[in-house]
Design a binder for this molecule. Structure first.
Ligand code: NAI
Ligand code: MG
Length: 369
């Protein structure tokens, strides 16, 4: 078995508490001889600032660049509110995204049957929901130049952001989406606004071409991004994979996420370009939520988003589909038995701690191995 390297960056707040549960799962898998993960650990965010005066040290950046995958907890907290902008906790995550070239952000929205009643939508609308939003992460209006506020001669100010995409940027994100759809429901919906945006016209053309020439076995649909937002709330199960630019993806992924309940449940993956020699992609896996300073240190954080992020790493970085499916099944089984951390509990539920939730998932997982 080839050794796979994982860099763990627990970060701040609840980061270390939820990462501890993933470490236990890695130990279980290695102990059973099912994987051979070599893990290393580093500092990121406020904890890195306290130790090195930077949001991530050069040594840890080098480790991230050489690892097969990075598992990231969360960064930030009131303690670091006053630190200089360049070394604020978020700068660590932004540096990782940039230097690893993580251009594809994957956000699944999965509705666990046991939590279907927790959604703000009707059970029949969300039960069984399993969609994946693929968001372009390094281009578009968040990065395009010019990006400035200028004062005009008449004293008014003018603010400019530039939505900018090139053919190759659209091609590579489209390929990620089509590849993912091939391993799922073989359907891609591409969301843009070609009716009012030139970048939407190009996006539409390039995705159409890639679909036709390289993925004739995957059904492609084009949807205007605003309509997509409506459809997500009306009947989300019509979708399988949705691909979109950075801005629309930011919004649509948050809409899709909330169909399914708590922030404490939501995993994500960010992927880079395949290496020319090995075909392996750089990758970082992290929960969608932040460092939750309000509950840090209390042992009550929900570890599921972090554990489900590790399940994504098993799937997308290591091709361990069976183990990934089983870990997801273990999460569903534990929820089915009624275990709830505080964030997903309602009146009358018996609440469990971070460690109890982690242990219960491990026990279910171990029984499936
Ligand atoms: P947050 O996601 O940390 O917390 C929002 C609310 O959700 C809080 O009430 C929190 O207790 C709850 N929550 C979040 N994750 C949970 C979990 N696993 N289990 C139970 N409850 C959970 O967002 P907030 O409060 O806006 O930001 C707190 C800090 O986190 C800030 O410093 C912010 O900059 C940072 N942040 C970091 C992110 C990252 O590391 N990728 C992403 C978002 C925020
Ligand atoms: Mg967002």
């Amino acid at each position: 078995m080839a050794t796979n390297t994982l860099l763990l960056l627990p970060g701040d707040g609840i980061g270390p508490e939820i990462m501890a549960e993933v470490k236990e799962i890695i130990a279980l898998l290695n102990g059973r001889g099912l994987t051979d993960f070599a893990t290393d650990e580093g500092l990121v965010g406020g904890s890195a600032y306290d130790a090195h005066g930077a949001a991530i040290s050069e040594a840890d950046m080098a480790k991230a660049l050489s690892a097969d995958a990075v598992l990231f907890g969360a960064v930030g907290g009131p303690k670091w509110d006053g630190v200089p902008y360049d070394v604020r906790p978020e700068a660590g995550l932004l540096r990782l995204r940039k230097d690893l070239g993580l251009f594809a952000n994957l956000r699944p929205a999965i509705c666990y049957p046991a939590l279907a009643d927790a959604s703000s939508l009707k059970r029949e609308v969300v039960e069984g929901l399993d969609i994946l939003i693929v968001r372009e992460l390094t281009g578009g209006v968040y990065f395009g130049e010019p990006k400035e506020i200028v004062t005009l001669e008449n004293g008014q100010k003018r603010a400019v952001d530039t939505q900018l995409y090139t053919t190759s940027e659209i091609e590579r994100i489209a390929r990620v989406a089509f590849d993912l759809a091939r391993a799922r429901g073989r359907k891609v919906a591409s969301a843009e606004k070609r009716n009012v945006m030139k970048s939407g016209v190009l996006w539409n053309q390039v995705v159409t071409k890639i679909g036709k020439e390289e993925y004739a076995d995957v059904a492609l649909e084009h949807v205007l991004a605003d309509n997509c937002a409506m459809q997500l709330v009306r009947w989300p199960k019509q979708y399988d994979v949705i691909v979109c630019d950075n801005l629309f993806g930011d919004i649509l992924s948050d809409v899709a996420a909330m169909l399914t309940g708590s922030l404490g449940m939501l995993p994500s993956a960010s992927l880079g370009a395949p290496d020319a020699a090995t075909g392996k992609r750089k990758a970082l896996y992290e929960p969608v939520h932040g460092s939750a300073p309000d509950i840090a240190g209390k042992g009550i954080a929900n570890p599921i988003a972090m554990i489900a992020s590790f399940a994504m790493a098993l799937r997308y970085s290591f091709g361990l589909i069976d183990l990934s499916d089983k870990l997801d099944a273990a999460i569903a089984a534990v929820l089915g038995k009624g275990l709830r951390t505080r964030d997903i509990g309602k009146d009358g539920d018996t609440l469990v701690s971070t460690k109890e939730m982690g242990a219960a998932i491990r026990e279910e997982f171990a029984a499936l191995l």
